[in-house]
Design a protein around this ligand. Structure first.
Ligand SMILES: Nc1ncnc2c1ncn2[C@@H]1O[C@H](COP(=O)(O)OP(=O)(O)OP(=O)(O)O)[C@@H](O)[C@H]1O
Ligand SMILES: [Mg+2]
Length: 434
């Protein structure tokens, strides 16, 4: 048996030296113990190195945490100014006074804002998923529907680059348990990449099939391919092929990270294959098959304009630009609008104006939107007013908070005018699901 002891000794004031001593039996000729040997070694340097490593690891973890927080905050803050810009654009188009040049400029701005919203959404999603702050709404989902929805939303890019899309889907439903929106996001990201990283007139193929109790989805393209050295880390955050001169494809290197994390949250896996540069790529997503239950449909994305009878609307928003733009837009649709720029004014204005609907920002000075919603509901004659919460946060927990505060709908910034018009026209919700 060997006995070890370690400790430290003060060598001089302020300087400690660490040591470890091992005790072992010293045996005589017939193996009888005749004494105890002690072996002492100094490990001060090792201890120092270990402490330095520990500090370094803690610093790295802290930096990573700060980075995630910063990304989330940045995404959130950058989203806010986009809301009034988007409303202003919708307004310009509705005024119908644009000449052809202005119309083209308008379209450019519209497209770029949509792009920026997507980038910011990805940034926020990565931060949320990394922090485990994402909730999936799990339902029975038909993978064929997910594919159809995803192709639809990438159609613009695919057509612009003159790609041909081939699909091979099973004749019957291919059911997995998952969050429809997130699964569509997975396929959209893969299709977006296939379209971006394939020269014009390429072929993108999407197939889905059952293999070993899994739904297996393959997206292949005839594009630039992925060099072997990049393949092992292709799903890591910010990984991109060298594009020092050509940054034309844009992007932040988040898409595939989201694909992997969302797939994993569904109990699935994702794999990338490529024979190398210029030889195309293949991405394979495997998701566990579900038993047979009623099938959820892909969310309705028809944002066609909705015209409703005129209503009295109280608009509560501390960003004056955003408020005034939305006011113009709602007035243009024949609604009567009052503005309030903080929570307390909102309650006073509701009492005096008796609105049919309140469009309510949640982050407000003086009194937050949730408290405003509760206070307004208690006002005489306003128990049935439609309350639409508008926030930068779209998590289930945020929606629940809105619901608990008595809001009928929950919209995430930057809101689209048609979406707002639709919920205002839809009246009071049984539960807040928007
Ligand atoms: N189908 C593909 N063909 C060739 N290279 C690809 C393909 N898909 C992804 N890549 C390579 O992997 C990198 C990471 O992809 P990812 O989708 O994560 O980020 P991104 O497309 O650069 O930006 P983002 O998706 O955030 O807009 C890409 O920059 C590209 O170099
Ligand atoms: Mg991408």
């Amino acid at each position: 048996m060997k006995l070890e002891m370690s400790g430290q000794t003060v060598a001089k004031p302020g300087e400690e030296r660490h040591w470890v001593s091992s005790f072992y039996p010293v045996r005589g000729r017939t193996q009888e113990v005749i004494g105890i040997g002690v072996f002492v070694s100094e490990i001060t340097e090792r201890k120092r190195a270990e402490a330095a490593l520990r500090e370094q690891a803690e610093a790295v973890a802290e930096t990573a945490r700060q980075k995630d927080e910063f990304l989330a905050m940045l995404g959130h803050e950058l989203r806010n100014p986009l809301a009034p810009i988007r409303t202003a654009l919708a307004l310009l188009r509705q005024c119908g006074s644009l000449n052809p040049v202005a119309l083209r400029a308008h379209d450019v701005m519209d497209r770029q804002i949509t792009h920026m919203v997507r980038l910011l959404d990805d940034l926020l999603d990565v931060a949320r998923i990394t922090n485990g702050r994402i909730n999936l709404t799990m339902q029975q989902v038909d993978v064929r529907q997910v594919v159809a929805e995803a192709i639809d939303s990438v159609r613009g890019l695919i057509d612009a680059r003159h790609h041909q899309v081939e699909t091979a889907l099973p004749p019957g439903p291919l059911i997995v348990r998952g969050d429809v929106t997130r699964l569509v996001q997975v396929v959209v990201n893969l299709l977006n990449n296939a379209a971006k990283y394939t020269d014009e007139h390429g072929t993108i193929r999407v197939t889905a099939a059952t293999e070993h109790a899994h739904a297996v989805l393959r997206v292949t393209d005839t594009g630039t391919g992925i060099p072997a050295r990049l393949l092992p880390k292709i799903f890591d955050l910010f990984t991109q092929d060298d594009r020092t001169l050509d940054r034309a494809q844009g992007g932040l290197g988040l898409g595939l990270t989201l694909v992997r994390r969302i797939s994993e949250l569904h109990g699935g896996t994702v794999e990338a294959r490529s024979e190398g540069r210029g030889r195309g790529s293949e991405f394979i997503v495997r998701l566990p098959l579900a038993g047979a239950e009623p099938v959820a449909s892909v969310p309705d994305t028809d944002l066609s304009e909705v015209s409703r009878p005129s209503i009295r609307c109280l608009l509560v928003e501390d960003n004056v630009d955003a408020a005034q733009m939305l006011q113009c837009a709602l007035e243009l649709h024949g609604h009567e609008v009052r503005l309030a720029f903080d929570g307390c004014d909102a309650v006073d204005a509701a009492r005096a104006f008796k609105p049919d609907a309140v469009v309510l920002d949640i982050g407000l000075p003086r009194m937050n939107g949730y408290d405003v919603a509760r206070a307004i509901r208690l006002l005489p004659g306003l128990a049935d007013v439609i309350i639409v919460a508008v926030t930068g946060y779209g998590q289930d927990a945020d929606r629940r908070k809105s619901c608990e505060a008595g809001c009928d709908h929950h919209l995430v910034k930057p809101i689209e005018l048609n979406q707002l018009l639709r919920v205002l026209g839809a009246g009071r919700a049984v539960s807040s699901r928007q």
